[in-house]
Design a protein around this ligand. Structure first.
Ligand code: C5P
Length: 225
């Protein structure tokens, strides 16, 4: 028997990388398989929530019962999130959003002309989706619980704690250990205003269920579930 801990909740999840086009055939992106976000969407659905998954370009099947919206760029991801976050009660941002996008998109393929000249690419900063949502009225008033992720190469607790405060979210989840890109397992560090707790090494499916259970407890403790 699995209690439907998130019955009545609407969980919105971002997952995967974003792809920022340079021209019709090129672009820049980040490493991200989307596996953790998809596992969280699946676990939240299994816990009884209505789940919307906004996914960048990834090669993963949509979990059963989950409404999926495919996007490419950070701006499209922000737009898709803003269109759906209005009735969400939980927002989990796992996407590896590109920090910058090319300042200009060339409608035509940029041609290599044989001269040896290389194109100069200028970049502009992308919106921070999590920080934007966390600043919204519903998040600030406690109707929307925001969870961020962080992948750091060193000093995880220190950097992730700082990121939690900077992004203005109650819960920040750090990926422990070496790059987890594409892998099926991970370990997580959950950081909140009181401190941190580790979810030890396990499959992403198991970690996702543990994280969803943890979020459900936090909602219940706040009297929101
Ligand atoms: O890239 P960064 O380490 O700042 O990501 C931390 C968190 O913020 C992650 O949850 C990520 O999904 C989110 N994020 C976002 N929009 C961005 C950058 C990061 O939602 N432009």
């Amino acid at each position: 028997f699995t209690p439907k801990r998130l019955q009545g909740q609407h969980v919105l999840v971002t997952a995967g990388p974003t792809f920022e086009a340079i021209d019709p055939v090129r672009g820049i992106t980040n490493h991200s398989s989307g596996k953790m976000g998809f596992a969280i969407a699946r676990a939240a659905r299994e816990a009884g929530a209505e789940v919307t998954l906004v996914a960048g370009p990834v090669h993963l099947a949509t979990p059963r019962g989950v409404a999926r919206v495919n996007v490419q760029s950070a701006r499209q991801m922000l737009e898709a999130v803003q269109a759906r976050v209005g009735d969400a009660s939980v927002f989990v941002a796992t996407a590896a959003v590109a920090d910058w996008r090319p300042a200009e998109f060339s409608d035509q393929k940029i041609k290599k002309d044989g001269s040896g000249d290389v194109p100069a690419l200028a970049f502009v900063e992308n919106p921070d989706i999590l920080a934007t949502v966390a600043q919204s009225e519903r998040a600030r008033s406690g109707q929307l619980y925001c969870v961020g992720f962080a992948a750091e190469s060193h000093d995880l607790l220190q950097h992730a704690s700082a990121k939690r405060k900077r992004k203005g979210v109650p819960l920040l989840v750090g990926n422990i250990g070496p790059a987890t890109f594409g892998k099926d397992d991970n370990a997580l560090l959950l950081i909140d205003e009181h401190g941190s707790k580790e979810l030890p090494h396990a499959s992403k499916a198991v970690l996702a269920r543990q994280l969803v259970e943890d979020i459900a407890q936090r909602l219940a403790a706040r009297g929101a579930a």
